[in-house]
Design a protein around this ligand. Structure first.
Ligand SMILES: [Zn+2]
Length: 329
């Protein structure tokens, strides 16, 4: 067992409820609706790119430095990061040193965005942030996301550092996710020095369904995923922009305000997963054993004192991540 998946202190995360609750057999909740207050950005000037790969722009500085790659639209409906990149490109963003490559990743899915059904265009065939293992990429499998991922490999294989821009369906505390390697955590810590949030750096357990882009390979200066805030909010655009500029200005690493290690991925085992409160994420639950949610005949509990809730999903389908539980360090 790795130190990341450390043994829990006292309490099981999932336990059978002491009695069958009356809420167990209620009808499934009506799927929520989400306000889309941010329009999709106009990416037409960059669809062809300047590298021979659509949607990929590279700019070189005369000064030596790392190859920095900023990726947006790994999820087609998370366009706050793409909006931030589009505005920076319009402003004439160029690197002061090294090479800077900007990627609009899943343009196909993005082109299907429909504000009436804004969650449908996350991907077309499969989640593009689960395809990044060498085995998957070299396999004979095909999907539109795999094809696009393979098209981006020549860029990603020369990257020294990666910033992958994402946002959240449920408005939650912004955060940075880094693989559990010291240099990646140091990179995330430096980004967390942005004057406004995110000030929380999380290392997590990944996803059983496959590797994320930040786990694709060893990036010498690290790979970090930004969850900038609610998908369709101006806040997420502003925060993405701040983190990008902070990175490109080359601030020295420091200590983040807070760092946490995810100890448990709570996956819904039924379609009736329901939190006991409208948790937003970022809450610290003081007592271990506190019931957080019901999932069919089970209840979900905090495994230890001062447990941090990460990105609760208030309408998880069966088999989907409902919340991550983390320990502050
Ligand atoms: Zn995402």
């Amino acid at each position: 067992m790795s130190c990341v998946a450390s043994p829990r202190d006292h309490h099981p995360v999932r336990r059978r409820r002491p009695h069958i609750p009356t809420t167990l057999y209620r009808a499934p909740a009506i799927p929520p609706t989400f306000d889309v207050t941010l329009s999709p950005p106009d990416l037409s000037p960059w669809l062809n790119g300047n590298t021979g790969i659509p949607g990929v722009m590279t700019h070189d500085s005369p000064n030596p430095g790392p190859h920095t790659v900023i990726v947006s639209l790994i999820h087609g409906n998370e366009y706050a990061g793409a909006a931030a990149l589009a505005r920076l490109l319009r402003d004439g963003l160029t690197p002061q040193r090294g090479r800077l490559t900007l990627i609009f990743a899943n343009l196909d899915a993005f082109s299907h965005f429909d504000p009436e059904n804004p969650t449908a265009s996350r991907y077309l065939d499969e989640d593009m942030n689960r395809v990044w293992s060498p085995e998957r990429l070299k396999s004979r499998n095909t999907s539109r996301e795999l094809t696009r991922a393979r098209e981006l490999l020549p860029i990603l294989d020369t990257a020294d550092r990666i910033l992958d821009l994402h946002s959240m369906l449920w408005d939650s505390e912004p955060l940075l996710i880094a693989p559990p390697a010291p240099h990646a955590i140091a990179f995330a810590n430096a980004l967390a020095q942005t004057p406004h949030k995110p000030d929380l750096v999380v290392t997590d357990l990944g996803h059983r369904a496959g590797h994320r882009l930040i786990e694709y390979r060893y990036f010498p200066q690290g790979a970090v995923l930004l969850e900038a805030g609610h998908h369709w909010s101006e806040d997420a655009v502003t925060r993405s922009r701040q983190v990008i500029l902070h990175m490109l200005e080359g601030h020295a690493p420091g200590l983040p305000s807070r760092r946490a290690i995810v100890t448990d991925n709570v996956v819904a085992q039924t379609a009736r997963f329901t939190f006991t409160r409208p948790y937003r994420g970022g809450e610290i639950i003081a007592s271990g054993g506190t019931v957080l949610a019901e999932d069919g005949q089970d209840e979900i509990c905090t495994p230890y004192d001062n447990c941090l809730l990460i990105m609760p999903n208030h309408c998880p389908g069966r088999g989907h991540m409902a919340v991550r539980l983390a320990r502050l360090i």
